[in-house]
Design a protein around this ligand. Structure first.
Ligand code: ZN
Length: 337
C-alpha cells in the first residue's frame, strides 16, 4: 500500500474516532473506519517485520507523530499529525485528509436547497456568523433581529452539544478567529489552543458560554464554512473595490466567477487549508480555475505549491493563488493560452 492511501485511511479512522467522543479511544467497539485503519497498519507492520500497535489507543499515539520510526514507513512528511499530541483532538490536517470538506458541502447544499436566493443568503450568513449559540440566543435574536431568529429555527439541526475537548471549567469559548478555543485556566481571557491551530499565542477569547446550555455549529461547518468565510469576504470585496465584475456561481459551495479586463471569466473558491495535496484533489473536484488561499497560509510556500501541483490529476490544472495574487490579477489565464 502506498503512503498516500495509508494516510487517507488513517485520517478517516482518527476522524471517525473523534465523533465517538464520549467514550474516548480506550473503549471499544470502535467505529468501522478506526478498526479498518488499525487492521491496515498491523498488516503493513507484519509485511515489513515491524512491531504493530497493540490496539486503537496505541494507534492514536502513533498518529500524533507520522514521522516516528515506529511506522513501517512514514505515512506523511515530518511535522504532520492526525491527532494533536498535547490536546488529543483530531487535527485540521486529519479533517482535511479524511474528506470532511465534502461533508460540509453536502450539509450546505441541503441547508440552502429549494430556497429563494435572498433566503439562502440569510441562512448562509447566519451559519457562518453563529458558531456558538447559547440558551438565550433565540430570545435575543427575536428582540434584535427577528429575521435571524426565524432562520435559526430552520438550521438548528446543524448545531450539536459541545464536545468535552472544548469545555474548560464548565464553559466553552470562541477564539478571535471564530473557532472553539480552550481558554487559559486562570482568567479565561486568553486562548491557549484553538481549533484553527495556527492562531498566535495570546489571542483573545471572544465569546464564552456555559457549555451545558450551549450548542456548537457542526464541526465540518466550523472548519470548512465558518473558517474560510472571512477570506471569502476579503477577496470578493477586494475584487469589487477594484471594479471587477464578480458573481457567485453557487452559494452553498461558495464558488464565484471574476472577469479580468480582456480575459475570459475565471472561477474561484477561497480555501483556508493546511494540507496541499488534499486541497489539490478538492479544488479539482470543485471544478474551479483558481484555489484562493490566505496570504498568511502555509500553502503559499514554494514547497507547498509544488506539493499542490504534484497532487493535481493530469490535464486538470487548477491555479493556486494567494488573495493578493488574485487581487493583482497575477494569475495565468489558461483559457487564453
Ligand atoms: Zn483561533
Amino acid at each position: 500500500m502506498d503512503a498516500t492511501t495509508l494516510l487517507h485511511h488513517l485520517a478517516c479512522g482518527m476522524h471517525a474516532l473523534s465523533g465517538h467522543d464520549s467514550a474516548g479511544p480506550s473503549v471499544p467497539p470502535y467505529p468501522d473506519d478506526t478498526q479498518h485503519a488499525l487492521d491496515l497498519v498491523v498488516r503493513e507492520c507484519l509485511d515489513h517485520e515491524r512491531t504493530p500497535p497493540a490496539g486503537v489507543p496505541e494507534l492514536v499515539e502513533w498518529c500524533t507523530d507520522l514521522a516516528s520510526e515506529r511506522w513501517p514507513y512514514p505515512p506523511a512528511h515530518t511535522g504532520m499529525a492526525l491527532v494533536d499530541p498535547v490536546h488529543r483532538t483530531r487535527t485540521r490536517a486529519c479533517a482535511e485528509l479524511a474528506g470532511v470538506a465534502a461533508i460540509a458541502d453536502a450539509l450546505m447544499v441541503e441547508a440552502l436547497s429549494d430556497l429563494p436566493a435572498a433566503e439562502a443568503a440569510e441562512r448562509f450568513r447566519f451559519l457562518r456568523s453563529h458558531v456558538l449559540v447559547g440558551p438565550d440566543t433565540q430570545r435575543e435574536l427575536l428582540m434584535k433581529n427577528p429575521k435571524a431568529a426565524s432562520v435559526f429555527k430552520f438550521v438548528k439541526a446543524l448545531y450539536q452539544p459541545v464536545p468535552a475537548a472544548w469545555v474548560v471549567r464548565g464553559r466553552v469559548g470562541l477564539c478571535e478567529c471564530g473557532l472553539p478555543a480552550r481558554p487559559d485556566r486562570l482568567t479565561g481571557e486568553l486562548v491557549t489552543w484553538c481549533e484553527r491551530e495556527t492562531c498566535p499565542p495570546g489571542a483573545w477569547v471572544e465569546q464564552r458560554l456555559p457549555a451545558g446550555r450551549a450548542l456548537l455549529l457542526h464541526s465540518a461547518l466550523r472548519l470548512f464554512v465558518a473558517l474560510p468565510s472571512t477570506l471569502d469576504d476579503r477577496v470578493r470585496d477586494g475584487l469589487v473595490a477594484t471594479g471587477l465584475p464578480v458573481r457567485t456561481l453557487d452559494l452553498a459551495t461558495r464558488r464565484h466567477e471574476v472577469r479580468f479586463p480582456g480575459r475570459a471569466p475565471v472561477s474561484f473558491r477561497c480555501y483556508d487549508r493546511i494540507v496541499a495535496s488534499a486541497l489539490a484533489i478538492e479544488a479539482t473536484a470543485d471544478r474551479v480555475d483558481i484555489a484562493v488561499i490566505p496570504d498568511s497560509s502555509t500553502l503559499a510556500t514554494p514547497v507547498a505549491r509544488r506539493a499542490f501541483a504534484d497532487a493535481l490529476p493530469p490535464g486538470l490544472p487548477v491555479t493556486l493563488a494567494t488573495e493578493s495574487e488574485l487581487l493583482a490579477g497575477a494569475i495565468n489565464d489558461r483559457k487564453d493560452t
